[in-house]
Design a protein around this ligand. Sequence first.
Ligand code: SF4
Length: 295
Amino acid sequence: MTYHPEHCTLCPRRCGADRTKRVGFCKSGERMKVARAALHFYEEPCISGKEGSGTVFFSGCSLGCVFCQNREISRGDIGKEITGEDLVRIALSLKEQGANNLNLVTPDHYAQEIRSALLPLKDSLGMPIAVNTSSYLSPEQLSYFEGLAHIYIADFKFFSSETAKNYASAPDYPRVCLNAITEMVRQKGKPVYDGRGMMQSGVIVRHLVLPGARKESIALLQELSRRFAPDHIVLSLMSQYTPPAGMTGHLSRRVTTFEYKSVMDVAESLGFSGYFQDRSSASDSYLPDFDLTGV
Ligand code: SF4
């Protein structure tokens, strides 16, 4: 583990920013920044349950998709700087509120600080820790999460290098993401649930079907099926793409029923189990207010 904030090459961007003086591509400086820490009820049922998931939304993102649904925090300045002690306090407060898990949302660029803060707490926290990531992760970042994360909630956003380049300036994303998910499955193995059906350990792979990219989604699922036994990952196939203002072309509309259903049919035929979304869920209702609640 060789993270140096003075010349950060932590994530696959390897932008080399001196995070003690300025923010990097991920818009993050040296200190962790959090925009919200509260119970959240819109994750997969095995994560949210009735009681809610204890989500901590970190500011900044090293992927930076043009259509980001959380752009207020991924690109903007919303968020409060916190210390490791603050993160421990936040985790304990969420546990106190009845959270089913500690759900670290976009923690990628703070992997080292999060490990230092939470590893001593892990065994006494009394709930699993979930790393909820874009999967644009280097082996080094995954090494910081190894032994800390009980659960990975891993996006798999693009299968084509060209799409990843056009939508996130990251042509290497498909390769990096597949390597990252392979490592997550190696670390966690098959999913484990408690008696209430709440996930205690495992890997959830999330894929948001994008408008105009049905065939790419199908190719992505076929590659997942080639690489992983269907019982080693839980698939969460999402339809909730909501066009942000200013989008053009395919990205200016929602996914059609035909697009989503044809991808879902392939997922089922490949033997994946998991979560499939009703298209009526395509709305902003999943997005919480990033108002520093709980920070
Ligand atoms: S984590 Fe941020 S600062 Fe570090 S290499 Fe990636 S984008 Fe640059």
